[in-house]
Write a protein that binds this ligand. Structure first.
Ligand code: OOG
Ligand code: NI
Length: 455
């Protein structure tokens, strides 16, 4: 079949993200309320900051502003994870980064399936944060065996979805009709089930071991547990959630508010307690599903990231259970050491930048070659540098999101336990290193401008 008959993977991803959004808003009405609040605050922010509006307009981001940026799921077995890798590849989403959450007392390790090249990110940056349960961290051997047996009995994919994955792989893509069908079938995997696959006793035993284990093991599939739109002002949305009747988690995760935003700030409304029908006609409840918002800033280099981790850690040592205001104040104090102007961030190599020709640079490029170095050309106003947006996740923040949404039961840290090799074996391929993606974007843009100027 000719290649041009296939729907571009970016379009398949958009079909997926919009279908998921529709399904989730039907399933969790509070999420629809959050979306509305986010849209209102975004509108107010744009109205009061014309420069921001112009910038988003120039980058072609305005139309996509209200599209979700990510969602999250949790799976139980290596087979489920590796099949998901194949499903997401058809949507142009590939596993980037390894996140160990066991250190924070959550028995999973994770990756994010996301588009990796600039054009695809520009089209639709939708990602799925995907966690694999680590049964080996359940201490009780009998319970561990019981959980493994329950998981072995389920197939989270429909037969048709499996067929369409094979079809896409063998013909190298899907036509628009096939893609529609594919997304409809894949949606089934992420749907909520009010009926558990186990009895209440089993659920409670697993819940006792860890709330997350019960969430993964006791249902027919990995229900989508949240979706996350982009906000232009996370502090305001956090403040206003209560007034629209949704309950925010206590603190905003990530760095403090800054002039030059870095990495990722996130908050959520706490998960709902929902009725569940267990086998044997028993009724109970389960807490899993919530809504989240995110605000992204600049991607940091390994040097910048080390500084971020260090300052975050320092602020954490100072606080026990602080409210958000106190938390943000302590963060701001600790982060006073983190340069907050683009020039310092760039020249101290703390953040990644994209280099473009300015108008003067374009004129110069027409005239002929210049004989200078990057910094000289920037000073001369021929080249400008703009921050590259962070597209990944932060393990400490992710742990905070997990914890505030698993009900009241918390668990102490598992012994230091990162195991990227085991995760990659389950996944069926290595994860992509996030830093190498940002470095390449930066380097390519430098090559391009220097070449254009003949430098
Ligand atoms: C995933 C929590 C992590 C984020 O945005 O950091 C996450 C989960 O609860 O399954 O989504
Ligand atoms: Ni999230």
């Amino acid at each position: 079949m000719a290649l041009e008959n296939f729907l571009p993977t970016d379009d398949i991803r958009t079909l997926f993200s919009t279908s998921m959004s529709r399904m989730y808003q039907q399933e969790v009405p509070q999420y629809g309320i959050l979306m509305q609040l986010v849209a209102e605050v975004n509108e107010q922010t744009l109205a009061s900051e014309p420069a921001l509006q112009q910038q988003l307009h120039n980058n072609g981001e305005l139309e996509r502003l209200s599209l979700e940026r990510h969602g999250a799921i949790r799976v139980g077995t290596a087979a489920e994870l590796s099949m998901l890798r194949r499903v997401f590849a058809i949507m142009g989403m590939h596993p980037v980064s390894y996140y160990d959450l066991s250190e924070a007392g959550i028995p999973v390790h994770s990756t994010a399936f996301r588009p990796t090249d600039e054009a695809s990110l520009q089209q639709n940056p939708f990602r799925i944060f995907t966690s694999l349960l680590r049964l080996e961290l359940i201490e009780d051997e009998t319970l561990r065996a019981r959980a493994a047996k329950i998981l072995a009995q389920r197939d989270i994919f429909t037969t048709k979805a499996r067929e369409l994955v094979v079809l896409a792989e063998t013909q190298g893509g899907l036509t628009a009709d096939e893609a529609q069908l594919f997304i409809a079938e894949v949606l089934e995997t992420f749907r909520w089930h009010q009926h558990a696959t186990v009895d209440l006793d089993t659920y409670q035993a697993l819940q006792q071991a860890h709330a997350l284990i019960a969430d993964v093991v006791c249902f027919r599939g990995p229900h989508i547990n949240h979706l996350t739109p982009r906000t232009l002002d996370i502090d305001t949305v956090q403040q206003q959630m209560l007034s629209v009747g949704i309950n925010p988690k206590v603190v905003i995760e990530g760095p403090p508010r800054r002039r030059c935003p870095i990495l990722l700030r996130q908050t959520s409304f706490t998960a709902l307690e929902e009725s569940i029908f267990f086998t044997g006609e028993q009724v109970g409840t389960h807490t899993a599903r919530f809504g989240e918002i995110e605000q992204r800033g600049m991607a940091l280099t390994p040097k910048g990231r080390t500084l971020y981790d260090e300052l975050l850690n320092r602020s954490r040592h100072k606080q026990a259970q602080a409210d958000n205001q106190t938390h943000q104040r302590l963060l701001a104090t600790a982060f006073a050491e983190f340069p907050d102007d683009e020039h310092s961030l760039r020249t101290q190599q703390l953040g990644y930048f994209r280099y473009n020709l300015t108008e003067a640079g374009r004129q110069q490029a027409e005239l002929g070659s210049t004989n200078s170095e990057l910094d000289v050309l920037i000073k001369a106003g021929l080249i400008q540098a703009t921050p590259i947006t962070y597209e990944d996740f932060l393990p400490v923040s992710a742990a905070g999101i997990f914890q505030s949404n698993l009900g009241s039961i918390s668990h102490q840290a598992y012994a230091h336990n990162a195991n990227q090799a085991a995760f990659e074996q389950a996944l069926g391929c290595p994860v992509i290193d996030e830093f190498s993606l940002y470095a390449k974007l930066q380097d390519d843009s430098i090559q391009q401008v220097l070449q254009a100027l003949g430098a």
